[in-house]
Design a protein around this ligand. Sequence first.
Ligand code: SF4
Length: 367
Amino acid sequence: MQEYPQTLIGRTTAEVREAVTAAGLPAYRGSQVGEWLYRRTLPGEGGGFGADFAAMTDLPQTARAELAARFGAPVLIPGEQRTDRRDETVKILARLADGGHPIECVLLPDERRVSVCLSTQAGCPMACAFCATGTQGLTRNLSAAEIVAQFLLLQSRSARRISHVVLMGMGEPLLNYENTLKAIRILSAECGIAMRHITLSTVGIVPQMDRLAQENLQITLAVSLHAPTDELRRRLVPVAKTYPLDRLMDTCRRYAAHTHRRLTFEYVLLREVNDRPEEARELAALLRGVPAAVNLIPYNPTAVAEPFQRPGPERIAAFRKILEQAGLTVTQRKERGRQIAAACGQLVTEATRRTPKKTLPVLAGVA
Ligand code: SF4
């Protein structure tokens, strides 16, 4: 059983009240602490990012000291931060406070919204062929506190309120089900992010998708498809050997019927691998009758074993046109943060190169 740092981050306000009461303080102090933790967004003490009790100025000095002694452990150690001045994308390399494992989180502001991309695992066991994280394996699941702390850290570095969350960084969220669900509930109920503004991206863990449907959350489920046939998908996304497309698509239909939510299908475009007109036609046929939008993600080259290429604009446009002519809603992921290491995971990749090898995984999460 993983031991996580003692912190109040990652607990609901009701749980914070319980913890504060157990520390000998009146329950209403817990409500104040919850307010500070999730809605006032403090920069965090010292070198680590955790609950900053010293800044909770409406609590008595003695209460602050008591809470800091019990729950003051840092959750994340923020490291290198890079900002792309062209689009204000901010990428932070953070280390888990209990072992130094690196993760990345990203702030993506635009005119209309402020989105963040959070990691749910340190490393990832899914081994997708185009993803650097996948070559490193799983280090461990993140706690709900470590997921929520990424949000709070990014909020503390943003002048505007965060409005949208995507769980699309390092890791497969549905393999860290309990912690991810707890983090989603806290982000919604405590941090004020509407469920409809939260997207969970999965590579297609069928039993957990069925379980998620039963939670009746109004989040968006994004399924990383990347191939329209089992043969190609098994090559790109090894979990397809366990969950072939017919099972996956049945599950997607059930999910949509149960939640009344349209799914998003993520499709990384790899030149001459999955970006031909025939694959576009197969994809359109596969998604027929599924309430779906397709998000095309032109590949960002990273340091992975297979030398995948990014398709040129004409190939992307031709692929998109076939899908649209088939009646599908298609979006294309915007290029963000190119100047600061475009592909997800490059900060971690670079940190890995600079640090003696051992437990440092690499992130390129597009699933
Ligand atoms: S693409 Fe996502 S699921 Fe696949 S290995 Fe990378 S982080 Fe894991």
